[in-house]
Ligand binder design. Structure first.
Ligand SMILES: Cc1cc2nc3c(=O)[nH]c(=O)nc-3n(C[C@H](O)[C@H](O)[C@H](O)COP(=O)(O)OP(=O)(O)OC[C@H]3O[C@@H](n4cnc5c(N)ncnc54)[C@H](O)[C@@H]3O)c2cc1C
Length: 360
């Protein structure tokens, strides 16, 4: 069977790119029976991405936050903004909306179609070999195609997520808990409404009991019951320097993996790159896309990774103390939440002055 553009994976990367392909016929292969499932993501984005997502459907962005409470081993730090700086995205609704829009453009989504790589010109799904002109690999963090076609060893953190019923929820506050037990990441409390919150933790091995302990010892949140429990992989291996292979295969989203290295967030890069990728797939020329990716996004991301590695070696929560001071001095902008390299860079610039800032 021959298809023009084949996309592996109906997650946000595959779907949002397909939405930006106008002149070519797209076939999306999705291994599950529906989009958005199983869930794994916390769905937190900054204002730039929230604005784009709100244009798709007014209900996808369903909560916002004006305050962050950082709990570190050396104390608590509150960051208050005058406007919402972070937003919660209803991930299943995001994928459902994208899938409907993609199909209404005349593209097709084939469900229960787990794709496997065959060679640089074909994939196999539902016992059929499909030859493609262009292949977009958007099969997520645990990318089979990346392992087969690139052949390196991925590294992950395990992200655990619980939807809990709880008391004492501070509705507009994101709480981030750092601990010395797990110095490579943090735990989070994301209020969904006044009775429910999403709590989670990312670490090299699953640590549900540690999560409960951190919440109990550091916050006033009283857990009443767990309504849902799910999780996923946060890729921490190096992103591909060039996402285009053989001029006809392109990796996108968590398969690259291009994510914000400090928080594991992948939606920012997906929402920035998908329209550009769609445009170059339309032109049937992926080489200019690989230059834009490499010169702008890979460079930004490398800077973020460099700074995150630096802060990991110092203390993972060091940027928080500096950022709090920067915020008081009005050095932060709302868009910094999306563009982490700016926030981390500002923190780095002030690192030599950190003793002065921290004790001022
Ligand atoms: C615990 C956790 C919390 C997170 N929180 C945030 C957050 O707050 N903000 C943020 O921006 N990001 C967050 N992320 C990251 C975000 O979820 C990802 O960056 C994003 O989902 C990546 O989108 P994607 O389309 O590349 O991959 P996915 O969303 O993983 O989609 C991949 C799709 O491909 C399908 N698929 C896989 N293999 C095949 C195959 N062989 N054949 C056919 N179909 C296949 C899957 O079924 C899936 O539908 C979080 C991740 C985790 C694990």
């Amino acid at each position: 069977m021959r298809k023009d553009v084949v996309v592996v994976g109906a997650g946000p990367a595959g779907l949002y790119t397909a939405l930006h392909i106008d002149t070519r016929k797209v076939t999306i292969l999705e291994e599950h029976g529906e989009v958005g499932s199983p869930k794994h993501c916390s769905g937190i984005v900054g204002s730039l991405v929230a604005r784009e997502i709100s244009k798709l459907h007014p209900k996808i962005v369903d909560a916002y936050y004006e305050k962050t409470l950082f709990i570190t081993p050396t104390g608590k730090i509150e960051l208050n903004f005058k406007k919402p700086f972070a937003f919660h995205v209803n991930r299943p609704l995001l994928e459902e909306t994208l899938a409907t829009k993609v199909e209404s453009r005349g593209h097709e989504i084939i469900y229960r179609a787990k794709a496997t790589p065959v060679n640089k010109s074909s994939v196999k799904a539902k016992n059929t070999v499909i030859d493609f002109t262009t292949l977009i690999v958007a099969d997520g963090a645990n990318s089979l195609f990346r392992r087969f076609l690139v052949g390196d060893t991925p590294r992950y953190l395990h992200g655990l997520q619980l939807i809990v019923e709880a008391k004492n929820i501070e509705e507009k506050t994101l709480t981030i808990i750092y601990s010395n037990i797990n110095p490579e990441f943090f735990a989070w409390i994301i209020p969904l409404n006044d009775e429910e919150a999403q709590v989670g933790y990312a670490s090299s091995k699953p640590m549900e009991k540690v999560l409960y302990k951190l919440i109990e010892e550091n916050t006033d949140l009283k857990l009443v019951g767990v309504k849902e429990r799910y999780g996923g992989l946060i890729p921490v291996h190096h992103p591909l320097k060039n996402p285009v292979l053989h001029g006809k295969i392109v990796f996108h989203g968590d398969s690259v993996p291009l994510i914000k290295p400090y928080t594991g967030g992948g939606l920012y890069y997906i929402f920035r790159l998908s329209p550009i990728l769609g445009e170059y797939v339309d032109r049937d020329d992926l080489i200019p896309y690989s230059y834009i990716y490499m010169r702008t996004y890979y460079v930004k991301n490398s800077l973020e990774r460099l700074l995150v590695n630096f802060f990991k070696k110092m203390r993972y929560y060091l940027p928080v103390q500096l950022i709090s001071k920067l915020n008081k001095l009005s050095f932060l902008s709302l868009n910094d939440f999306d563009e982490h390299y700016k926030i981390l860079f500002k923190a780095l610039v002030f690192t030599p002055f950190s003793p002065l800032l921290l004790f001022s």
